[in-house]
Design a protein around this ligand. Sequence first.
Ligand code: NAI
Ligand code: MG
Length: 492
Amino acid sequence: MATALEPTTFAVPEVRQTQMLIGGKWQDAASGKTFATVNPATEEIIAEVAEGDAADIDLAAQAARAAFESGPWATMDARDRGKLMTKLANLIEDNFDELAALESLDNGKPISDARAADLPLAIDCLHYYAGWADKIHGDTIPIRGDYFCYTRREPLGVCGQIIPWNFPMLMAAWKWGPALAAGCTIVMKPAEQTPLTCLRMGELAMEAGFPPGVINVVPGYGPTAGAAMVKHPGVDKIAFTGEHRTAQIIMADAAQTLKRLTFELGGKSPNIVFADADLDAAIAGAEFGLFFNQGQCCCAGSRLFVEESVHEEFVERIVERASSRVLGNPFDAKTTQGPQVDQDQFEKILGYIEKGKEQGAACVTGGNRFGDKGYFVEPTIFTGVTDDMAIATDEIFGPVMNILSFKDFDEVVERANNTQFGLAAAVWTRDVQKAHRIANSVRAGTVWVNCYDVFDAAAPFGGFKMSGMGRELGEAALANYTESKTVTMSLG
Ligand code: NAI
Ligand code: MG
């Protein structure tokens, strides 16, 4: 709720940066091309942004290589690297209002969400990894014979980072944090839908004093700029977040240069509510776990399994909550649901809603476009969903909740695991044994017990099965950005 200090509507920010950042300089695309980034709430163009492709990626990869191999970054003490990262985190905090507004403008998310989640989490992530910079070290190893053997953990090199549009700044922070802490250099391609906050972060990185070429930002499209990065022989690694089908293309494209790959992909996460749960908490958690960020979360609880004996009450109450969500202008502090990010996503979601109806699920609330301007979709709930329906198997990435009813423990575990994905899961119960048994049995990278979407920079996140490869966040992510070197020295 707005207080006297919090305005009820926020001002639309000025767009300061639309060029690309290569080797510390802001420049147009080599081709001179630009593309439009659109405000999804109004369908109006916000700005024209430099459109990078292979030529720009090549320049950025060269700049990143030069910064990796010589210059201040290559020889900088690890603790000073950490200090620069802290400075960047502080500068983001100093520009909190502007960045939150820019995120809301470009992505469509309610500004209150950007202020409560995206910004604080991004700042926290950079602080967390700043603390790691001088704590990455190898081991001494007692091998046979008269030798001294130790390992070094060296920075991996030039890292290509390709991020999506659902949490643009936060995804940039998740990727910059471990890469910079490890001493790597970066070529980042933000999503074509949402380049603006990443460009602004690039400006703040320059202000913080990162040496030229350490962080390069090249906006552009996936099949051009993104694919050029994946194929570039001067890029050592690709870190990608997005759709599993894109990851399959990236894996094939990366084969030629045998790049290191880490993937954070989609999901169809089971959210399991047992009859013995605190239903108030479970209902609030189910709403948040699915509708947060317009349903555009890789870990959305999009298969909601509710035990049969509480199904009727649960449905009645969750429908009431969903239909009281406030859709509208993302810059209004009261708004809890904004538009989907673009027309493609909007059409994809409406297509799945139609499929759900055709395949016999009951649409008990929503099911339509909201308003006639902007890519808004009503909060939608299906009941009577069966495991084989498209809405139960595919990632919809929108405000569409699918409720499936279950009878017993073994049945729900089997059904929860009956998916190609394995990103996250949640369970709601007051029975601690049941909670642990679910946590152990569900094949997913994250399990939340009596909570949902609890993220922390220190806690690893990533997927089993087709939901990903490797882990982001925590100490685990540092492994993605270092190579281990074994040094053996004769003492004889
Ligand atoms: P996408 O996977 O195509 O895009 C993500 C990023 O990859 C963007 O920066 C894009 O430019 C880049 N990209 C696309 N094709 C590429 C290629 N051939 N080589 C290198 N980079 C490439 O996802 P898109 O099309 O925006 O959304 C489609 C679906 O993907 C969504 O409906 C959703 O289901 C899923 N998705 C999952 C996300 C997650 O957080 N796991 C985030 C975004 C989308
Ligand atoms: Mg795509």
